[in-house]
Design a binder for this molecule. Structure first.
Ligand SMILES: Nc1ncnc2c1ncn2[C@@H]1O[C@H](COP(=O)(O)OP(=O)(O)O)[C@@H](O)[C@H]1O
Ligand SMILES: [Mg+2]
Length: 236
């Protein structure tokens, strides 16, 4: 397996008064480029903590994360900022869009930290919104969009940076079944086009038909994995 992302002995422990919370505990993972991974576990099992560390938004208390052989811990601030700004796209359950800005501006703003020339920002934002079926929603503010549309804007905001990897933290958690299924199918399509995808979810069923591999988390620990048939021939 051509390993693209690797974690070894990854830990994120919190001190809560006299107690230690092991949000992520001794977690080992190897992932190849182009893989579609679902991280499944009940609420509190450490999914968000793990994703945030992989995305460079949080720092492990022990263990390592390597991307193409380079440990995030060896990157300086500037390199880590570049990792977040260029290589990682992040999608959250709660969309996290800026309410008083249009869909277009919400997407465009992701490029402010991305060294994209000003003249290219707008066209790139429009292109990706169109690709996600939002051409006629470009000037709408989040409050005037449905939940499914808001999540597609949030995905557009993540994708406009042309990331290597998309992390999605319960992206279907706030959606009805139909919209959730559409978002799951969209992630699958993006993955077939080459994007590496990691989705954290407590809805095993939702991702089962799309993911190549399902990893179960329990109390921050690896609790087993299932390799799905769709994943076996996906080494494209
Ligand atoms: N900032 C924090 N301080 C203390 N404990 C935390 C913090 N963030 C998360 N935790 C704890 O870590 C565990 C894992 O949380 P989380 O990663 O959010 O799980 P999930 O996303 O699977 O619901 C939970 O017990 C949670 O209460
Ligand atoms: Mg979570």
């Amino acid at each position: 397996m051509n390993v693209w992302l690797k974690t070894s002995g990854l830990c994120r422990h919190y001190r809560r008064g006299p107690q230690e919370v092991r949000a992520v505990d001794n977690f080992d993972l190897e992932m190849r480029r182009g893989e579609f991974l679902a991280l499944v576990g009940s609420s509190g099992s450490g999914k968000s903590t793990l994703l945030n560390m992989l995305a460079g938004l949080d720092t492990p208390t022990a263990g390592t994360i390597e991307i193409e052989g380079t440990a995030l811990s060896t990157m300086n601030r500037r390199e880590l900022a570049a990792y977040r700004a260029h290589r990682v796209g992040m999608v959250f359950q709660a969309f996290n869009l800026i309410p008083h800005q249009t869909a277009l501006r919400n997407v465009e703003m992701a490029l402010y930290f991305n060294r994209t020339p000003v003249k290219d920002r707008r066209s790139r934002a429009i292109d990706i919104l169109e690709r996600l079926g939002l051409s006629d929603r470009i000037d709408h503010r989040p409050g005037d969009l449905s939940g499914g549309e808001q999540q597609r804007v949030a995905i557009a905001r993540a994708l406009v940076k042309k990331p290597d990897i998309l992390f999605a933290d319960e992206p279907t958690g706030n959606l009805d079944r139909e919209n959730a299924a559409q978002i799951a199918a969209l992630m699958s399509q993006l993955n077939r086009e080459g994007l590496t995808v990691v989705v954290a979810t407590h809805d095993l069923h939702m991702m089962q038909e799309h993911a190549h591999r399902i990893i179960r988390l329990d109390y921050g620990r690896f609790a087993g994995e299932t390799v799905l048939p769709a994943g076996t021939g996906a080494d494209s």
